[in-house]
Structure formats: structure tokens, C-alpha cells
Design a binder for this molecule. Structure first.
Ligand code: AMP
Length: 399
């Protein structure tokens, strides 16, 4: 089957066309600045030239129309007609407690997703706009919603509740949800498969370290804890997000800096993390790694603090699962930054972790990076959220 995977943001839209039989990506691309002047579509057929075209995109319907036009273009397209695209998989950020699994989209589902909008006001409305635009242009094509939060819905109450009055959970559903679920699920399954072990027999910790970053504990094939919370702001120190802080800092900072709540949230979401720790050197670990090697104080501070927080979560999740068999690193930093992986693993001597420095220096491969006698296996598993969405879509639409 040919599956179109759509990841729609408020002004951008990423897409991939995946052949689910070969699991190969046939074409991919990105629409940027939707609804803003200077809209641009980037399209790259597999093995072909990447092309960038500046063209007006007043709304998401026009963006998706251009995507479909690119995919069916007689010269550079990869399908003869739209009928060849048998289903569409949409990434949806927040499914609240309503969705513990992916679902085939119908009007009832859309209403339920809309009801989760206030849990993810920046993301869910954009996801819904993308679904709506796609349904207009491909009314006969089945569509599936794959939720970032779904994999974490197996967390037990003691892991997802905050220590605040229970009424806030009852009335407003304030609890920990977790994100990057598609990645945590894909990577943990792939780890078991690569090791030739049963997924249900393993205790796995997945460190998804990208610009956004989260850790999850997957015990016997079910997520039992994850570091992001009601929103993606909780947990690890990230590119620009603070991760865990003392909530009293919000009031303290508001008074000291005469900032509104909104301004404080902007600081915590956009000006913190390794960017803030490195005194604005960069949120990108390529720059931080370069800075570290040239002795930049901010880069050293950011890398060390980031890695320490990851190691602390690994410790917490080892406790939560009463042990750990496999630790996986994934996403932009997890796959490509050997230095971060080695800093994290330096804290894991108590788990008998022994890194193989040569294997750890390989970038972006599906590989075991611990030595054969390491008591806990450490791996790098490149994530592939689009493929995971395509798989889910096929699973639900195949007769
Ligand atoms: P993601 O959010 O998973 O796309 O990850 C993006 C982040 O991965 C970037 O902001 C970088 O910090 C990091 N990254 C990507 N490539 C490399 C690399 N070769 N070395 C170190 N970090 C990298």
C-alpha cells in the first residue's frame, strides 16, 4: 500500500509517501510559511533531486493540494494518480485520555480530538486543520490519526498523577500524558527485534534526545513512565525548554523581572534548555559539541547539565521497573552525539554499563554500543516516526 503520512503544524506541514510493502519512503517534503508571505514547498522524490519552490499557500488546503500535485507530477512525481494513495496517516499531538491507540478518522473522532484542543492549544488545532484539508481533497481515502500521547496511556496512576488536589485531575484532566509516543514505541520494539528477544520479556529505557527530548520506561511491552507531562515542557533539559524546574520559580521570576505569566512561559519554552544554559551559544548540539571541544564554558556547562538530567531519569526509571535490560538512544542528539551518550553512560557504572568507544563513535546506525560483557545493553536505534505512522495506518485500514 502507498501511505501518505502528514505531520501538520500551524504554519508548516511535513509529508512522506511510504510504500508499506517495502517500508521505503518514495518521496518526502515540507511546506513552510503556510498563510504567511514567502510560502515554500520542498519536495524530494527518493533518489531524485530536492526541489524548492516559492509559491503562495494562503491555507493548509492549498498546501496539501500542492503536495498532491508534486506527488502526481508527470515528471518528478512518484504516483500516476491520487487513487494510488490508499490511505493517509496523520500525526496528532494530543489524544488526552480518549485515545490509547490510533484510530480511523470519522466525524466522531474529530470531535473527540477537538475536545483535547485545550491540552495542546498550539498543536491539536493545526493537526485538525491538516486532517480537514486532506479530507476535502481526498474524500474517499481512509485516514488514520496516530497520537503522540497514545503509547503512554498504559502508565499507572502513580506515574501519571501530580501531587496536586485530585479535583484538578477529575475536573480538568491535569495529569502527565507524555509525548513522542510513536518514537518510544517504535524504538523499544525495534530494540527487542534487533536483539532477537521478545518485547514482552524486556525492561527498556528509551532516551529520545532531539530538540525536544524525553525518556520513557517500557516494561514488558507497556509504557510505565515517561518524562514529559501535561505538556512537553516537563522532564529533560531540551534545546530551548527548561524541563523540570521548581514551580515556585515562576512567581519568583515574575516578580524579579516584572514579567507576565505569558512572558515567563516564553522564557521556559523558548529561551531555556541548553540554549539558555550556554548563554545563547546555541540550542543545536552540533554547535555545543564544537564549543565543548574548543573549551567554551557555556557549551561545557550545557552538555554536562543536559547529560546529568538524562542519567538521573535513567536511574529513576530503573527504579520504576526494578531493573533495566536495554537503554536506547534515539532522535537527532541520541543518534548523532557520541559525546552526550558517553557523558550519560559515565553515570551508569552501577548498572554495569560498559561502552564500546569504537561502536559509540558511529553515527546514526542501528547498533549495540555497549561491550559484550556490559551488564546492561546500550543501543542506538534511529527513530522513524513516519514509518511507525504508516504501519499504524496500514494496520487499521487493511481489510
Ligand atoms: P530532532 O529534534 O530529533 O530532529 O533533533 C534535532 C537536533 O539533533 C538538532 O537540534 C541537533 O541538536 C541534534 N543533531 C542533529 N545532528 C547532529 C549531529 N550530527 N551531531 C550532534 N547533534 C546533532
Amino acid at each position: 500500500m502507498k501511505i501518505l503520512v502528514i505531520n501538520c503544524g500551524s504554519s508548516s506541514l511535513k509529508f512522506q509517501l511510504i510504500d508499506s510493502d517495502t517500508e521505503k519512503c518514495l518521496a518526502k517534503g515540507l511546506c513552510e510559511r503556510i498563510g504567511i508571505e514567502g510560502s515554500m514547498i520542498t519536495y524530494a522524490p527518493e533518489g531524485g533531486e530536492k526541489e524548492k519552490t516559492q509559491t503562495p499557500m494562503p491555507d493548509h488546503t492549498e498546501a496539501i493540494r500542492l503536495v498532491l500535485e508534486a506527488l502526481t507530477n508527470p515528471k518528478t512525481g512518484v504516483v500516476g494518480s491520487l487513487e494510488e494513495i490508499q490511505a493517509v496517516g496523520h500525526r496528532v499531538v494530543h489524544g488526552g485520555e480518549k485515545f490509547a491507540e490510533s484510530v480511523v478518522i470519522d466525524d466522531k473522532v474529530l470531535k473527540a480530538v477537538e475536545e483535547c484542543n485545550d491540552l495542546a492549544p498550539l498543536h491539536n488545532p493545526a493537526n485538525l486543520i491538516g486532517i480537514d484539508a486532506c479530507r476535502k481533497l481526498m474524500p474517499e481515502t481512509p485516514m488514520v490519526a496516530v497520537f503522540d500521547t497514545a503509547f503512554h496511556q498504559t502508565m499507572p496512576e502513580e506515574a501519571y498523577l501530580y501531587g496536586i488536589p485530585y479535583d484538578y485531575y477529575r475536573n480538568y484532566k491535569i495529569r502527565r500524558y507524555g509525548f513522542h509516543g510513536t518514537s518510544h514505541s517504535y524504538v523499544s520494539k525495534k530494540a527487542a527485534e534487533t536483539l532477537g528477544k521478545r518485547y514482552e520479556d524486556l525492561k527498556i529505557i528509551v532516551c529520545h534526545l532531539g530538540n525536544g527530548a524525553s525518556v520513557s520506561a517500557v516494561k514488558n511491552g507497556r509504557c510505565v513512565d515517561t518524562s514529559m507531562g501535561l505538556t512537553p515542557l516537563e522532564g529533560l533539559i531540551m534545546g530551548t525548554r527548561s524541563g523540570d524546574i521548581d514551580p515556585a520559580i515562576v512567581e519568583f521570576l515574575a516578580k524579579k523581572e516584572h514579567k507576565s505569566l505569558e512572558e515567563i512561559m516564553t522564557v521556559l519554552n523558548r529561551q531555556s534548555g541548553v540554549l539558555g544554559l550556554s548563554e545563547n551559544l546555541s540550542s543545536d548540539f552540533r554547535d555545543l559539541e564544537a564549543g565543548y571541544h574548543s573549551g567554551n564554558e557555556g557549551a561545557v556547562r550545557a552538555m554536562k547539565t543536559f547529560s546529568y538530567r538524562v542519567a538521573k531519569y535513567i536511574g529513576a526509571y530503573t527504579a520504576a521497573m526494578n531493573g533495566v535490560d536495554v537503554i536506547c538512544f534515539t532522535a537527532g542528539v541520541g543518534e548523532n552525539a557520541p559525546l552526550v551518550r558517553s557523558f550519560v553512560c559515565e553515570y551508569l557504572g552501577y548498572l554495569g554499563v560498559a561502552l564500546d568507544p569504537e561502536a559509540n563513535n558511529k553515527r546514526g546506525e542501528d547498533i549495540v554500543i555497549s561491550t559484550p560483557d556490559s551488564a546492561t545493553t546500550v543501543m542506538v536505534i534511529p527513530t522513524n516516526e513516519e514509518l511507525a505512522i504508516a504501519r499504524e495506518t496500514v494496520r487499521l485500514v487493511q481489510p
